[in-house]
Design a protein around this ligand. Structure first.
Ligand code: F6P
Length: 364
C-alpha cells in the first residue's frame, strides 16, 4: 500500500494543446484507479507560491479532453528558487520563495506533485525533489525540445496548425507568383519548422541548428522563378540565424527565468530576399495560434497515456520520474534528465536527408 493519499497537479511554462487532456487523465486515474484526492494548483508554480489551489473531482475534468489551454492556468515566469519580487515602481528583486511553497504543500497535505511542463518547469520541480517532495513530470511543449522523450504532447497539434496555415499560404503564393516566408515557433529547436516544412512541401526550411546563407536561399527563389515555378515557400524557425550571425530577439524579460523571446527573423529575411531577387516577398508570423486550439487525436491519446502513466508510476512506488515516450512505448526516466536542457534537431536526423532527397533546401 502506498502512503500517497492526496496529489497536487500543476501546468507550468507556455501552454499547449493537450494540457487539459493530461489533467483529465491524471485526475480520473487518481480517483478511479487509486481513490486519491486531487488538488489543482493554479498558474503553475506561481499558485504554489501564492497558495492558489482548487480541488479537482471527476466532474471538474469532465468534458475538457478536447479543449485547448489549461483549466488550471499556467505561468512561464515563476521559478520559486529565483522568484522576481516585483515592486510597485516596477523594480524587482530576485528572492528564494521555496519555503512558502513547502509550507503550502504541507498545509494542503499534498503527498506528491504531478508537474506538467517543459524543461523550465522540470528544473523548478527538481528544486522540490531535492527538498524531499515526490514529483512526477509529464513532458509538454509545442517545441518538442524536451530531453529524455522522443516526443512531447502539443507538438503534433502545433505541426498540424502550422501545416494547414502554410497550405493556405501556398495557394495565395501561387496566385501572385510571390515568395512567402512563414515564421514558426520552436525556440532553439527546429522541430516544428522541420515537420511543418516537410508536411507542407516548403521549398526552403530554415532551422536554428543549420545557420543559413542568404545567397543560397535567394538562389532557390531565383531558380524557381526562372524555371517556371513563380512562387516559393520558405518555412523559417524563429530561432534560425544566418551563418556568422545571431538569432533575432523579439523581447528580453529580465523577470523571467527564460528571459529571451525569439522572433523577427521572418520579417528580416523577407526584406532581404525581395531586395536581392526582385521577387515580391511577403511575411507571415504564425505565433500563438500554434499554441491554441483543440488537440489533434494523436495528442489527445498521448496526453491521456502520459496522465495515466504518471499516476500509475507514482503509485507503483517509483518517485521523481519523468513520463516519456520511447519508440511507441510509454515509460519513465529520471526527472532530472529533462531539467533545464533542450533537445535540438541532430544534424544526422533522417528527416533532414529525406527533405534533401525531395529537393528541399536548408539554405546551406
Ligand atoms: O515554448 C513554447 C513557446 O511558444 C516557444 O515556441 C516560444 O519561443 C515561446 O514559447 C514564447 O514564449 P511566451 O509565451 O513567453 O511569449
Amino acid at each position: 500500500m502506498s502512503d500517497i493519499k492526496r496529489i497536487g497537479v500543476l501546468t507550468g511554462g507556455g501552454d499547449c494543446p493537450g494540457l487539459n487532456a493530461v489533467i483529465r487523465a491524471v485526475t480520473k486515474s487518481a480517483i478511479v484507479d487509486y481513490g486519491l484526492e486531487v488538488i489543482g494548483i493554479n498558474d503553475g508554480f506561481l499558485g504554489l507560491v501564492e497558495d492558489r489551489t482548487q480541488p479537482l473531482t471527476d466532474a471538474d475534468v469532465s468534458g475538457i479532453l478536447t479543449r485547448g489551454g489549461t483549466i488550471l492556468g499556467s505561468n512561464n515566469k515563476c521559478n520559486p528558487k529565483k522568484f522576481a519580487d516585483v515592486k510597485p515602481d516596477g523594480s524587482f528583486e530576485i528572492i528564494d520563495v521555496t519555503d512558502r511553497c513547502m509550507n503550502n504543500i504541507k498545509k494542503h497535505g499534498i503527498d506528491a506533485l504531478v508537474v506538467i511542463g517543459g524543461d523550465g518547469t522540470m528544473a523548478c520541480a527538481k528544486t522540490f525533489v531535492d527538498l524531499g517532495v515526490n514529483c512526477i513530470g509529464v513532458p509538454k511543449t509545442i517545441d518538442n525540445d524536451l530531453v529524455g522523450t522522443d516526443v512531447t504532447f502539443g507538438f503534433a497539434t502545433a505541426v498540424a496548425t502550422a501545416t494547414e496555415a502554410i497550405d493556405r499560404i501556398h495557394d495565395t503564393a501561387a496566385s501572385h507568383h510571390r515568395a512567402m516566408v512563414v515564421e514558426v515557433m520552436g525556440r532553439n529547436a527546429g522541430w516544428i519548422a522541420l515537420h511543418a516544412g516537410l508536411a507542407s512541401g516548403s521549398d526552403i526550411i530554415l532551422l536554428p541548428e543549420m545557420p543559413f546563407e542568404l545567397d543560397k536561399v535567394c538562389q532557390v527563389v531565383e531558380h524557381r522563378r526562372d524555371t517556371g515555378k513563380g512562387f516559393s515557400i520558405i518555412c523559417v524557425s524563429e530561432g534560425a540565424m544566418p551563418k556568422g550571425g545571431a538569432q533575432v530577439v523579439r523581447e528580453v524579460d529580465p523577470t523571467s527565468p527564460d528571459p529571451i523571446r525569439l522572433g523577427g527573423i521572418g520579417r528580416l529575411i523577407t526584406e532581404q530576399i525581395e531586395a536581392k531577387t526582385g521577387v515580391e516577398t511577403r511575411n507571415t508570423v504564425l505565433g500563438y495560434i500554434q499554441r491554441g486550439g483543440t488537440p489533434v487525436p494523436e495528442d489527445r491519446v498521448l496526453a491521456t497515456q502520459f496522465g495515466h502513466h504518471a499516476i500509475h508510476t507514482l503509485l507503483s512506488g517509483q518517485p521523481n520520474r519523468l513520463i516519456v515516450m520511447h519508440g511507441r512505448a510509454v515509460t519513465h526516466a529520471p526527472l532530472e534528465a529533462a531539467a533545464g536542457k533542450q533537445r535540438t534537431v541532430p544534424l544526422d536526423h533522417p528527416l533532414l536527408a529525406t527533405a534533401l532527397a525531395v529537393g528541399t533546401s536548408f539554405g546551406v
